[in-house]
Unconditional design. Structure first.
Length: 262
């Protein structure tokens, strides 16, 4: 499978500017015969707590990306915000197919309480996956990276887990370390998709890339805006057989431990 990783400089809350840039990157990825292009969390607004504004933009996001995916015959992974029934927001990451359909949709499980995100956004409750070009793909969003249990569950079926984020530069050592750890623990590919630049006085330095099941970062976007296109090959099953640490997990026992916590 050929993946295009779009490490973008997101203009804060400037939806039209960001969508125009994304359109150009999607066309370029399609020209390069990529099967899938992935964008960071809240791809066309940046990490904004102005949910009235982002939800308003979100009403059109899926339709516009569905049109672009169909026109360019490519899968598109993108982040957007939706108004929930209880007037809170939902932080989504979705994938549109080359046929112009939304085939995958995930809601962030852990809103970032340190910044107050939990006061404005609901908590997602499901982990999902989709098959694209013989890769079972799942996603978790940004702060979810700090919760290894979710990756353990996703990796029961997934060979590739996408982590779209707006991850600030002051914690980039955590970004690189945790992505490598999640790959090693679960013997899967981990694709970290971050942004660059300044948003709302917060600096982002990217460091997007692909970590292999042994925890090695083999593709790296650096700290500048970048479109990185590469192939990945599904050898997860054979690797798990050759170094079978994953089979020794004891999920039933871990569940017992959790149930006994008071």
């Amino acid at each position: 499978m050929k993946i295009a990783l779009a490490q973008t400089m997101i203009a804060f809350e400037e939806y039209d500017i960001n969508l125009k840039k994304a359109t150009e990157l999607i066309q370029k990825a399609s020209d390069e015969k990529a099967d899938l292009i992935v964008f960071p969390e809240m791809s066309f607004t940046g990490f904004s707590m102005n949910t009235k504004k982002t939800c308003l933009y979100g009403k059109n996001t899926c339709k516009e990306i569905q049109t672009l995916s169909k026109e360019n015959k490519i899968h598109i992974g993108f982040g957007w915000v939706k108004l929930s029934e209880n007037n809170l927001a939902e932080n989504h990451y979705s994938i549109a197919s080359p046929q112009g359909e939304i085939i995958y949709d995930f809601i962030k499980i852990h809103p970032f309480s340190y910044s107050g995100e939990d006061k404005l956004f609901i908590k997602g409750n499901t982990i999902k996956n989709i098959n694209i070009e013989d890769h079972i793909i799942s996603s978790l969003i940004c702060y979810d990276l700090r919760f290894p249990e979710c990756f353990r569950i996703a990796s029961q079926e997934a060979s590739l887990i996408i982590v779209p984020a707006n991850w600030p530069s002051k914690r980039k050592i955590h970004w690189n370390t945790l992505l490598a750890a999640r790959a090693i623990e679960n013997q899967v590919y981990i694709l970290g998709v971050n942004c660059v630049g300044i948003q709302n006085n917060i600096k982002y330095t990217g460091n997007s890339g692909l970590w292999t099941p042994i925890g090695k970062k083999i593709f790296d976007c650096g700290e500048e805006e970048n479109l990185l296109i590469f192939d990945i090959f599904n050898y997860i099953e054979s690797y798990r057989e050759s170094f079978p640490t994953y089979r020794d997990k004891r999920i039933d026992l871990y569940s017992e431990f959790y149930n006994n916590i008071k």
